[in-house]
Write a protein that binds this ligand. Structure first.
Ligand SMILES: Nc1nc2c(ncn2[C@@H]2O[C@H](COP(=O)(O)OP(=O)(O)OP(=O)(O)O)[C@@H](O)[C@H]2O)c(=O)[nH]1
Length: 481
């Protein structure tokens, strides 16, 4: 079974407090709204098509009007140019005519005055006649050119009119398409006809985010063991820029899950392995938190990864505890070093380091007796174990794992605080996440201490220890599908 499947199936057993609570918060004061189902999507698509047809029609009409105006303008310009040309030609012809008449008159006068100039005059008259002829030809040529220009203008105007007509036709076609679409939309679809209108939209309950709703969310997060500070921070982040926005349960879960993921991501780190031999791993925690079980599970995983592991049974006070560890050692296929009942656990730790060194072991995992963080004497004893280990290797223990029972809720916070002072905790393992509905404490721990969460326990079997995946955790915690 994959880890994710196991996580989903086992974390918080079925649902967490947050998952249940979010549904209730949205239902309380929320209103049912149509969900954008298939029918709605189809309707939206039709509306878009109709809008596009209308826009096309409007654009075509606009273009038509523009073209008509252009045609009118072109016609007016052509008329004006023609009139101007006609006027110019007329004036030119008149002028030439007047000039010809004047020349003839002068010639006649000259003929009368001097006979000897007659020939000259006749020649001039002939010249004048020729000039008039050329002028007429010129005038005719000009008239022909103007005629051609006029024909060209006329052709352009006709073309503009034809384009205007085709734009008018396109607009008419768009109008017809829109009418057809509307008629089609009014008809029920095949499924609609079969089921007689049973394609009604699904509804979803949404509630506008206001102070009261935010307060309920905050209370819910506190009930789920997130702690007051973290609950307030998470809800404030969730509300930022969203006050007054309507949210469904699914949307709220998704927002909450991403906020939880954001907080948890930096702490999701596997236990680091170093080149140092032996790497000493001290395992601490209160009574019954799951230290022995976690050591057994970890030893089995490290062995499977090719590491040589030795376990030291540091709980020298209870014979049963030693026996239990031996059982786990057998299951994992790892040797368990023990000391006589009642002997000093610090001295056992020292001996175990010597032995692990001699054997060339990669990892030495030291179990310790469970101790409540308010028992000063036992906490002192733990500090002594650390001091003695450091005589052998000043950098040891290389990892100090605090094993926390998820079902203890907010008490986990004070456990971290005290154990951190005594034993310099380097990472956390959270057990029994399968047995609680209040996993919110992990968020509080991450938010407050930022200590790496190396693994989570999801059951009592040897393979029920998994790396911590923030996204899966957030989904399971909020009940996000
Ligand atoms: N459901 C569940 N039970 C667990 C998990 N981890 C440990 N346990 C159980 O918790 C109980 C205590 O576990 P131990 O490993 O003995 O705890 P401990 O911290 O070594 O206990 P002390 O030696 O008394 O301090 C046992 O019954 C385990 O089977 C877990 O992840 N899930």
């Amino acid at each position: 079974m994959s880890f994710f499947k196991k996580l989903k199936d086992r974390m918080f057993n079925s649902s967490s407090k947050i998952e249940e609570g979010l549904d209730a918060i949205v239902e309380d004061g929320g209103t049912a709204e149509a969900e954008a189902g298939e029918a709605e999507l189809a309707r939206q698509a039709e509306a878009t098509a109709a809008r596009q047809a209308q826009e096309a029609q409007a654009a075509a009409a606009r273009e038509l009007a523009e073209q008509e105006a252009a045609a009118r303008e072109a016609q007016a310009a052509a008329d004006a140019a023609k009139a101007e040309r006609e006027e110019a030609a007329r004036r030119h012809a008149e002028q030439l005519e007047a000039e010809a008449q004047e020349t003839a008159r002068l010639d006649a006068e000259s003929r009368a005055k001097a006979e000897r100039e007659a020939e000259e005059t006749a020649r001039k008259a002939a010249e004048a006649t020729e000039a008039a002829r050329l002028a007429r030809i010129e005038a005719e040529e000009q008239a022909r050119r103007e005629e051609a220009a006029e024909a060209e203008e006329r052709k352009r105007a006709e073309q503009a009119a034809a384009e205007a007509e085709s734009a008018r036709q396109a607009a008419a076609e768009a109008e017809a398409a829109k009418a057809a679409q509307e008629a089609e939309a009014a008809k029920p679809g095949l499924l609609g006809r079969l089921f007689g209108g049973r394609t009604a939209d699904k509804t979803v309950v949404r509630r506008a985010l206001d102070d009261a709703m935010l307060e309920s969310i905050e209370d819910l997060l506190i009930t789920a063991d997130m702690g007051v500070e973290t609950a307030m921070r998470v809800s404030a982040n969730l509300a930022e820029g969203r006050m007054g926005k309507k949210l469904s349960t699914a949307e709220l879960k998704s927002l909450l899950a991403s906020e939880v993921t954001r907080i948890m991501e930096p702490v999701a780190r596997p236990m680091p392995l170093y080149a140092k031999r032996p790497q000493v791993v001290l395992v601490v925690g209160v009574n019954g938190s799951g230290k022995t079980t976690t050591i057994g599970k970890l030893a089995s995983q490290f062995k499977a990864a090719g590491k040589t592991v030795v376990i030291a049974a540091g709980d020298t006070f209870r014979a049963a505890a030693v026996e239990q560890l031996q059982v786990w050692g057998e299951r994992a296929g790892v040797p368990v070093l023990t000391a006589p009942e009642g002997s000093d656990p610090a001295s056992l730790a020292f001996d175990a380091m010597t032995k692990a060194e001699e054997d060339g072991a990669d990892l030495l995992m030291i179990d310790t007796a469970g101790r409540l963080q308010n028992r000063q004497d036992l906490m002192e004893e733990l500090a002594k174990i650390v001091r003695v280990i450091r005589k052998k290797d000043p950098e040891a223990p290389h990892n100090t794992l605090l094993v926390l029972d998820a079902t203890t809720g907010q008490n986990a916070l004070s456990q971290v605080e005290i154990f951190q002072k005594i034993a310099d905790v380097s990472g956390l393992v959270m057990t029994k996440l399968d047995g609680t509905a209040k996993g919110g404490v992990l968020v509080a721990l991450a938010d407050r201490f930022g200590l790496p969460i190396h693994a989570i326990g999801l059951g009592e079997q040897i393979d029920d220890l998994a790396p911590f995946d923030p996204e899966e955790f957030a989904r399971a915690l909020t009940g996000l599908e």
